[in-house]
Design a protein around this ligand. Structure first.
Ligand code: DQA
Length: 144
């Protein structure tokens, strides 16, 4: 089973970016931990990773995802603004889990709105780096 993990803007700064909210682990290390976690689930899981600060690049990448079994996406700030990313997920018809490191529901009011939730199978938020593992676990179990 092939999954792609897409991270949006400013998540390349993880490790030093607002560590009290997002934790101290870098994105590179979060991705490594996810690869190790995937192996504990199933040796046949393949993970690909993509990060961009640019909305159009994320849309382009999603459009190339048709041959993946599922998408794990942390759209970061674009969660709350991007019709284009939501349309791309819907257009490709890929199963998708929306991920957030922080609990977007107990922060500022504007973070409670997500354009991505309506096109996602589920959302995991608030478990810092473990949000990605929980998303992979959920998606894998749904699809297997
Ligand atoms: C985030 C939450 C978003 O509101 C924020 O803009 C981010 C990160 C999270 O992972 O908690 O950049 O998606």
């Amino acid at each position: 089973m092939k999954f792609i993990v897409i991270n949006g803007p400013n998540l390349n700064l993880l490790g030093t970016r607002e560590p009290d909210i997002y934790g101290t682990t870098t994105l590179v290390d979060i991705n490594k931990e996810l690869v190790d976690f995937a192996k504990t689930l199933d040796d046949n899981i393949e993970l690909s990773f993509f990060q961009s600060n640019i909305e159009g690049e994320i849309v382009d990448k999603i459009q190339q995802c048709a041959d993946f079994s599922g998408l794990i996406i942390n759209p970061a700030g674009y969660t709350h603004t991007s019709v284009a990313i939501a349309d791309a997920i819907k257009g490709v018809g890929i199963k998708c889990v929306e991920v957030h490191l922080s609990n977007v529901n107990n922060r500022e009011e504007f973070r409670k709105n997500s354009f991505i939730s309506p096109v996602s199978t589920g959302t995991i938020a608030g478990f810092q780096k473990d949000s990605y593992k929980l998303a992979l676990l959920g998606l894998y179990r749904l699809l297997k």
